[in-house]
Ligand binder design. Structure first.
Ligand code: GRF
Length: 193
């Protein structure tokens, strides 16, 4: 019988990367492993919650506004993750800076829409597009206590063409994210078809 491998996916918004991971991995068998995606959101209004529900998957909600400090939120988040005891924790559009309470207890990876170490932070797509560079890109990196600064696991370039607008560039970034993140997840979990 296949062994269940849980992947916790932390998100705050739209959830297109969450959906992509669900479609690619959830409830599917890879050799002797069966993958389960366990979504966790910090925002009750995140559209990704409904999206996950449409696949029959409930999201654990840990609303950061209900906690008096960053630390107490991180405590609750880490407890929730430890209960699930996932093989891998993926941040995909999780718009929270985590403290050492999190990074000392959880090994996580993060998806970032730029070629790190360039354009850290929340406006990476806009800054990358406005930089004058002819390439932007996507990075998956380990999460440590620095902002978008952990070990880089993989990256893809996205060209910025003359005719690109911010919106067309954004689309290309998301498409590339949807290719890169599952590849890194499959590699880290050593999933074989
Ligand atoms: C992605 O561009 C990710 O790189 C960034 O936030 C966005 C999340 O998109 N950190 P979605 O919620 O997965 O659609």
């Amino acid at each position: 019988m296949a062994r269940t491998v849980t992947v916790a996916v932390l998100f705050s918004g739209r959830g297109s990367n969450l959906e992509n991971l669900i479609r690619r991995f959830h409830d599917k068998e890879f050799g002797d492993k069966r993958v389960v995606i366990a979504p966790i959101s910090n925002r009750p209004d995140a559209p990704g919650i409904e999206l996950a529900k449409s696949y029959g998957i409930d999201t654990a909600l840990i609303d950061h506004k209900r906690f008096p400090s960053r630390g107490s939120f991180d405590e609750a988040l880490v407890s929730n993750i430890e209960e699930i005891s996932p093989e891998l924790v993926v941040m995909a559009g999780f718009m929270r800076i985590v403290t050492e309470i999190f990074t000392s207890r959880v090994d996580a990876i993060n998806l970032h829409p730029s070629l790190l170490p360039l354009f850290k932070g929340a406006n990476a797509i806009e800054e990358s597009f406005g930089s004058g560079m002819r390439v932007g890109g996507v990075t998956v990196h380990r999460v440590d206590s620095t902002l978008d600064g952990g070990e880089i696991l993989d990256q893809r370039c996205v060209r910025i063409e003359e005719e690109d607008t911010l919106e067309s560039f954004r689309e290309k970034i998301h498409k590339t994210e949807h290719e890169l993140l599952p590849q890194v997840v499959a590699k880290l979990l050593r999933l074989t078809e």
